[in-house]
Write a protein that binds this ligand. Structure first.
Ligand code: CO
Length: 497
């Protein structure tokens, strides 16, 4: 019997269930009528149970165990078995009791959080959050860790990332980025008010589609829809979708969420279909995924050459609204660095201070140095400390993000990681692709996309993030690349020095 073939068949079956759940989730966020909720929740929970049973099946475990010792397998085959086995052993650590308690706590927490946010009263969410923190602490012990319990949570989203790594990254942020942002804020006189006029919905939509096509997004293997919060979702490399949100009174909302989600979807479209249903047909981690979206959003989509090329097209959609604006003014405005309350609206520099705050809080909660009841005041103090901003109420403060209500702890740092990976990858791409800026100025994104495909997308999970970064750039993740990018770009815009 060919064991590896059995493995492939079994693994694909598990993926089929997960991908079917993704379709239902996508539909829930885009087209499902209001009354569809009850049975949809039931359908999803049935599929989740099927996926759990399949992926913790003892026969599957025995097969993986046997194949783990098979030296005749190729490098890629060994890699698939190694990762599938790791996943299997991890899933086996969770008891049915834990999984069921988690699902109940999360649905309660989500309900409480929504009401708390609406009424701007943290105490409505307090008890649920305490229960979730206790559950996550239990999970840390169950999964195990070497140094810090929070390591176990980080590893769920970014394999092998440790608290020590993240501490190091944020100490660079505090020592280098914070003083630089302060320097900018003294010199900031950018006027971005033109973004906040009335911009027709349909024209915005059409412009977004133009941008996605220009990036090389394949509409035969994807589509765009509207949702409350922009996201990307994939069911295979041949069906990787995006959503966007259009605010008729804020042009920037659609443009950069479109490019961002497009970047995520290009990663999924670049994964090899023949690897579907195995780890090699998977993206590496949330951090690497975010590196792809941020690279397109910031390094391409907020660059001068990009707007030198695309501004005239945008102006052809909105000649009246943008009559006094040229591409240089537009470029400055879309790079306005300014402290703000809401993470998702932050510019590409202050964004990381929002993440830093969440990281410090999560770590404190898990190691017991912070109590849930103190969260609103701790949150507000940290916003004063790092962003020099007064938080008017809990709704736009400690309750602004959905993540904790979903029980997601250890997720936020991957956003920052993604930006810093993006800077390092883009630096390397600029070195290896001749005249990349001129190509972008001509609307030619092909070589950049091919470079990303070749270096990152086609590999799936062939390498760990750290190894991949080393292979592509010659070194592990280094904050220096982001800082140098930021200094060069923003010293120019703000005429520093
Ligand atoms: Co993203």
């Amino acid at each position: 019997m060919d064991n590896y073939k059995d493995y492939l068949k079994y693994s694909k079956k598990i993926y089929d269930v997960y991908m079917s759940m993704s379709v239902l989730n996508w539909d829930m966020e885009t087209h499902m009528p209001k009354n569809g909720n009850k049975f949809r929740a039931q359908q999803l929970s049935t599929l989740a149970k099927i996926a759990y049973d399949l992926s913790t099946n003892d026969k599957y475990g025995n097969l993986l165990n046997k194949l783990s010792k098979d030296q005749s397998l190729s490098f890629d085959e060994k890699r698939n078995i190694f990762l599938s086995n790791k996943e299997y052993l991890k899933k086996k650590k969770y008891s049915i009791d834990f999984v069921e308690r988690q699902s109940l706590l999360v649905s309660q927490a989500f309900k409480d959080w929504r009401i708390a946010k609406e009424k701007s009263e943290f105490k409505i969410f307090k008890e649920s959050l305490e229960n979730l923190i206790e559950l996550r602490k239990e999970e840390c012990e169950l999964l195990g860790y070497d140094n810090h319990p929070y390591d176990a949570l980080l590893d769920k989203y970014e394999p092998n990332l440790t608290t020590k790594d993240v501490d190091l990254i944020f100490s660079d942020v505090k020592n280098q980025l914070v003083p630089f942002i302060n320097k900018i804020s003294i010199n900031n006189n950018i006027d971005d008010s033109f973004f906040y006029q009335h911009f027709d919905h349909k024209k915005q939509w059409d412009f977004g589609i133009d941008l996605l096509k220009q990036m090389g997004y394949d509409f035969n293997s994807g589509r765009q829809d509207i949702s409350a919060h922009p996201f990307s979702s994939h069911f295979s490399p041949e069906d990787a979708r995006v959503t966007t949100r259009i605010d008729e009174n804020n042009l920037s909302e659609m443009i950069w969420s479109c490019i961002h989600e497009g970047g995520h979807a290009l990663y999924e479209q670049g994964i090899l279909p023949e690897n579907y249903g195995t780890p090699l047909g998977n993206s590496i981690s949330l951090g690497i995924h975010e590196s792809q979206s941020r690279l397109w959003e910031n390094h391409v989509g907020r660059s001068l050459p990009y707007w030198k090329n695309n501004f005239s097209l945008l102006k052809s959609y909105f000649p009246k609204e943008l009559s006094d604006i040229n591409y240089e003014l537009f470029y400055d405005a879309c790079n306005n660095v300014k402290s703000s309350l809401i993470r998702t609206n932050a510019d590409e520099l202050t964004y990381h201070l929002h993440v830093l705050i969440r990281y410090e809080i999560e770590k404190g909660l898990i190691e017991d140095s912070i109590q849930v009841s103190d969260l609103p005041s701790i949150w507000n103090d940290l916003y004063k400390k790092y962003l020099n901003i007064d938080v008017p109420n809990d709704s736009v403060g400690v309750l602004q993000d959905i993540h904790w209500s979903h029980g997601s702890f250890g997720y936020f740092p991957t956003y920052t990681l993604g930006s810093f990976y993006a800077a390092q990858f883009y630096y390397q791409a600029s070195k290896e692709i001749n005249d990349l800026n001129i190509k972008i100025e001509n609307g030619n994104m092909k070589e950049l996309l091919n470079w990303l495909r070749d270096k990152i997308h086609v590999h799936g999970e062939r390498y760990d993030a750290k190894v991949l970064c080393q292979k592509i750039t010659g070194e592990e993740l280094n904050f220096r690349f982001f800082m140098e990018y930021a200094k060069e770009k923003y010293s120019n815009i703000y005429k520093l020095n």
